[in-house]
Design a protein around this ligand. Structure first.
Ligand code: FUL
Ligand code: CA
Length: 642
């Protein structure tokens, strides 16, 4: 008894002494939760947009679409999930309800759901099909539930929040473990609203009472991360292009609009591109982007699928900057993926597998200028950067602001990618670093402007033959820690084309003219950076709209009109409600073809309007009924497709 007591005392004393001379580094700043740590390890996962829009050729349904339109002829969840898996994607997040309000599962909250569709005689449940398939193939599963609902009669009233929460509860209770819950910017605007067909404005910062909705998520799926423009777990990177910006901090202080509290859809979202150094919350970036120009399937975009090279470029800006790579899959009317998408995704997967097949830092010897003193059971040696385990790391003593770690490779190695990581469970600390490589006995700078590191950062450079690599940490908010230094090489061939080429032919614009010689000709100069701009004050719905008439030079036949919005990132004058008319003689005009360019603010891609037949015309009239910002209209380019 006494002996045991002394032994315990001795251990306590030893622990006390070792904690005076050595102790683990104190955490710095906001820290990731357990769920966020798990999420960081996913790195790449699939989004999937599939609903009635695939059958109506729309990006945003208005909410008045009949459920009968949803009838995939050859749906195959296993095939889609297996393509995602072959692309190296580790989870699958499905749009269970998009803005049009159609629920892909037999919800009890609204009749506007899949049980009213002919598919599987109304017995189908797409959420179940996909969540089961994801699990069968070892992928996690996540759900997207659009807060904006252009179908629901209650949208805009407090009652709708109950409907929304009931839908969320169904999704979180009936489909097993959910890894991510995805809420978009929660628009509000015009819609069908059970026949009202009106505009319903909501106050985005108060209407949804997000705090209490997030509580439901926490209670029902405590391991899931919640995504929105403002978190609370994962932030939007502020772009749908697939590119974040470096440095890209895992911490973020969202700034609300007009001095209001930040809320989904009511933040200065472009700040998400970089995040905030020393930000208030741990809110790493998710880089979501469609593999096609749009989020939903459109036949006209079959040849515009991102190539393996274009996917890889985005990988280096997403995972490469410390965020996640989140490409979107768009099943077609069969309920399957087009051959170009399958090719691009699976080829991308092969490239990533090859990239990570050999770590050229393996077998290296690592040394550092300073090493933190380790207590018993602790290990802060520099060689910890080699094991690719984020929890083991090289640490420096308290008070250190700069330090160097040198990796002597196992002979001369050839590589073109370096990957670094911090043990983020202790926060994000490194602010500035340089990577040098030693070539023929000479050190030379390889990465010059290193800044954020976080869970992972990747730099892709020209292939180098070097026998040592050195990371010089120049600035750190607290004693720097490093958990990973690894070196990789990309395959020589990165394909940049697609197997199925387009057969859509565009009409030559060489004979096009306009009435005057103003900026109007900018719509057919073939340049994306020049645009037509109508005079200020010409667009003021519902009274005023700006029109542009083009003379094609001769009667042409075409079946689709393409409009490229201005490409300089500004929303001023970007048309979101259009009207087209055409004429053979310039006197008698066709009926108006009106519609909406959905999601053009976040994703300003070429907008294709199919006429569903070929028409003959020499004159085309384009009218801007509504624009996103300001009171004039702009168009960068117009194309006519045969
Ligand atoms: C946006 C939506 O408006 C788009 O349609 C798409 O779903 C994208 C992922 O989020 O907020
Ligand atoms: Ca132009």
């Amino acid at each position: 008894m006494k002996k045991g007591f002394i032994k315990v005392q001795a251990i306590v004393l030893l622990l006390m002494i070792s904690s005076v001379f050595a102790s683990p580094p104190a955490p710095y700043g906001p820290l990731p939760s357990e769920a966020q740590l798990q999420w960081h390890q996913l790195e790449q996962y699939a989004f999937c947009h599939f609903t009635i829009n695939a059958f109506t050729d729309k990006e945003w349904g208005y909410g008045d679409e009949s459920p009968e339109l949803f009838d995939p002829t050859d749906f195959d969840a296993d095939e889609i999930v297996q393509v995602a898996k072959a692309a190296g994607l580790k989870a699958f997040v499905l749009t269970c309800k998009h803005h049009d309000g159609f629920c892909l599962w037999p919800t009890k909250t609204t009749g506007h759901n899949i049980s009213k569709s002919p598919w599987k005689n109304g017995q189908g449940d797409l959420v179940k099909e996909f969540s089961d398939a994801a699990r069968r193939h070892g992928l996690k599963f996540g759900v997207y539930l659009s807060p904006w609902d252009r179908n629901n009669t209650h949208y805009g009233t407090p009652e709708y929040i109950n409907v929304f929460r009931a839908q969320l509860t169904e999704l979180l209770m009936n489909y097993g473990e959910i890894c991510e819950i995805w809420f978009d910017g929660a628009n509000g605007g015009d819609g069908y609203y059970a026949g009202a067909r009106e505009t319903r404005k909501i106050d985005r910062s108060t209407y949804y009472d997000w705090e209490n909705t997030w509580k439901i998520c926490r209670k029902l799926q405590p391991n899931a991360v919640i995504f929105s423009d403002v978190g609370p777990d994962i932030r939007w990177c502020g772009s749908e292009s697939g590119f974040a910006k470096y440095p890209c901090w895992a911490t973020y202080t969202p700034v609300g609009l007009d001095g209001k509290k930040p809320a989904p859809g009511a933040v200065e979202y472009k700040r998400g591109l970089h995040g905030t150094v020393d930000g208030k919350y741990w809110l790493p970036a998710e880089v979501n982007f469609p593999v096609r120009p749009g989020w939903f399937y459109h036949k006209s975009q079959d040849s515009k699928v991102k190539t393996p090279k274009q996917l890889l470029d985005r990988y280096f800006s997403a995972v490469g900057f410390g965020g996640s790579f989140f490409p979107n899959l768009s099943p077609d009317q069969r309920g399957r993926l087009h051959a170009n998408d399958v090719y691009a995704l699976t080829t991308f997967g092969n490239i990533i597998r090859e990239l990570y097949s050999k770590n050229y830092a393996e077998g290296a010897t690592v040394s550092a200028g300073v090493i933190r003193k380790a207590g018993s059971g602790e290990d802060y040696s520099p060689s910890n950067v080699l094991d690719r385990d984020i929890e083991t790391y090289w640490a420096t003593p308290d008070g250190t602001k700069s330090a160097t770690v040198t990796v002597e490779l196992d002979g001369v190695q050839q590589f073109d990618v370096i990957r670094l990581g911090e043990p983020i469970h202790l926060g994000q600390r490194i602010r500035k670093f340089i990577v040098d490589v030693r070539v023929n006995g000479q050190w030379r700078q390889w990465v010059k402007n290193g800044s954020s590191v976080g869970a992972h950062v990747l730099f892709r450079k020209d292939v180098v033959s070097a026998d040592a690599v050195r990371i010089r940490i120049l600035e750190s908010a607290a004693c720097p820690l490093l958990s990973e230094v690894s070196l990789w090489k990309l395959p020589e061939e990165i394909p940049d084309s697609l197997p199925v080429a387009s057969n859509a032919k565009k009409i030559s614009k060489s004979q096009w003219t306009i009435k005057s010689d103003s900026t109007e000709r900018n719509v057919f100069d073939g340049r994306a950076d020049t645009f037509w701009r109508s005079d200020s004050g010409t667009v003021k719905p519902p009274q005023k709209s700006a029109s542009l008439v083009i003379d094609l030079g001769k009667v042409e036949s075409f079946s689709a009109i393409e409009i490229l919005p201005r490409q300089d990132g500004l929303a001023d004058g970007v048309i979101d409600q259009y009207c087209f008319q055409w004429s053979i003689d310039g006197d008698t005009w066709s009926e108006s073809l009106k519609g909406e360019f959905s999601n053009i603010r976040n994703n300003p891609i070429t907008q294709t309007v199919s006429l569903n037949k070929s028409v003959y015309a020499r004159y085309l009239k384009v009218t801007a009924l509504r624009v996103l910002e300001k009171d004039f209209a702009t168009i960068a380019e117009i194309y006519l497709v045969k």
